[in-house]
Design a protein around this ligand. Structure first.
Ligand code: NAP
Length: 237
């Protein structure tokens, strides 16, 4: 049995681009009131214009500025679903990253999620049934044997630990916590940090496949928790 997202208040972090953006569009089509989040005002205006229906809103803050995350997220006063999706890529062995890269990676992939969730928990708990869906990665589940993205993996493993621990905190209560673990997706995720991947590499998923998987998780009967879902392109084509 599935539940409807119509009328649900949903906040999606990192919804100015890629997966978050597509998910915001889809959830608005299903009748949800979407609060988009990003760090770029123009991109926020663009995505708001693409949403179906009325009643959407936005939060503007960069996860590198903790005080602004706290101040801006605190302005959200009604919420049923929090989707912690924002993140950024960085490839390479630890020695390949400059020390200056590391705080940005930590804030964008993990600290922003912890802060956002902490600030919004009291609001979520006012809902008769709330949901938190955290986006990690296959890199947050297994370490590849042939190449490394050690810092990124550490942070996505952190997301896994947070999701599993938070789910335990809310076991048997009116909130379910889920973790989503996708393989590589065709977004600008890699290009933004200067990687020259083709738009479509054989191992990549279409991000709309992730949207479908996440909608499946969010629409299960409240008694059921798809606590974790790994999605990979197993045909590599
Ligand atoms: N693409 C993949 O291959 C892949 C695979 C597995 C997991 N994931 C995970 O899936 C999620 C979505 O990735 P995507 O592929 O959709 O990437 P994307 O297209 O680059 O979108 C990432 C979103 O996060 C926002 N963001 C990044 N750093 C931020 C910060 N410091 N403060 C505020 N917002 C920030 C971006 O804002 P801007 O629009 O301003 O850049 C954008 O809205 C991420 O958590 C990623 O780690 C991606």
């Amino acid at each position: 049995m599935s539940i409807s997202l119509k009328g649900k208040r949903v906040l999606i972090t990192g919804s100015t681009d890629g997966l978050g953006r597509l998910l915001a569009i889809e959830l608005s089509k299903q009748g949800a009131f979407v609060t988009v989040h990003g760090r770029d005002e123009e991109k926020i205006t663009d995505i708001l214009a693409e949403l179906s229906g009325e009643g959407h809103s936005s939060v503007l803050c960069d996860f590198n500025n903790a005080q602004s995350v706290i101040t801006e997220m605190q302005k959200v006063d009604e919420l049923d679903i929090l989707i912690n999706n924002a993140g950024m890529w960085q490839e390479g062995d630890t020695i390949d990253l400059s020390p200056q890269d590391i705080p940005n990676l930590v804030n964008s992939n993990l600290t922003g999620m912890l802060l956002t969730t902490r600030v919004l928990l009291p609001t979520l708990l006012k809902s008769s049934f709330s949901q938190v869906l955290n986006v990690s990665s296959v890199a947050g589940v297994e370490i590849p044997s042939d190449y490394y993205h050690t810092v990124y993996s550490s942070l996505k493993w952190g997301v896994q630990a947070f999701s599993e621990a938070l789910a335990k905190e809310f076991d048997n209560k009116n909130m379910r916590v889920m973790g989503y673990y996708p393989g590589g997706m065709e977004t600008d995720f890699f290009k933004k940090v200067g990687m020259d991947y083709e738009k479509h590499e054989p191992w990549m998923l279409n991000p709309n496949e992730s949207v479908e998987a996440m909608v499946f998780m969010l629409t299960r009967n409240p008694k059921v928790n798809v606590k974790r879902l790994d999605l990979i392109n197993h045909l590599q084509q």
